[in-house]
Design a protein around this ligand. Sequence first.
Ligand code: FE
Ligand code: FE
Ligand code: ZN
Length: 275
Amino acid sequence: MYIGCHLSTSNGFESMGKDALSIGANVFQFFTRNPRGSKAKDIDITDVEKLIKIGEENGFGKLLAHAPYTLNPASDKIRTREFAKLVMEDDLNRMEYLPNNLYNFHPGSHVGQGVETGIDYIIDLLNHVIKPHHTTTILLETMAGKGTEIGRSFEELRWILDGVRLSNKMGVCLDTCHIYDGGYDIVNDLDGVLGEFDRIIGLDRLYAIHLNDSKNPLGSKKDRHEKIGDGNIGLEGILNVVRHPKLRHLPFYLETPNELEGYGKEIEMIKSKLA
Ligand code: FE
Ligand code: FE
Ligand code: ZN
């Protein structure tokens, strides 16, 4: 299986590869830059090549880059939308140093303008930043529906995908905490939820799973991640996700409240339960 977690980029790419190996991970997620969205460090090609080599030698799955979560492509302010465009355009160009991986972003919040206007802005951004030569698959993350967040429902994600011209370069990243908080009961009816996902979006467009327990109950629209087994989804709920025949081939990325050592323990625990 492909399992890993979110890692800190602060010591560079090779260091993330080593961190992953040290905790038994064969995939990982990282922020493309400071999550507040400031300027990204220049790419050190030698460092990136060392990571690519570690990945090849150790059978890594796809790496998942995460856009700064403070971007809002659906904002009512043109400057905020333009900033999101600039950052994502730059991120996607930089991703070509690590070709054929995944780039995930939060669709955004419509801040009272309404879902339709927000989605129009998101589609406009994607049609601007995605270029035919890109090898990266761009993923919309399923959201909890906090405030005016777009992307809580599968229908909204499908709506965005349908508006993008190079839509074949796009997919979805499913966050277990977010969809549970968004009202999809993956604890009691995982098959039903996946059936709905398949009908509305298509399971062939699902590329990655953010594996998180939730501090809050079903439908709370809160988005507070919990350690695996300590939340309302629970250990069995999480294990049902990782061993589901329609999901088990996908890469799983933990975003639980942990440091490296805690992530290592969760990875080991999940692997042992599946063995
Ligand atoms: Fe996220
Ligand atoms: Fe997530
Ligand atoms: Zn979250």
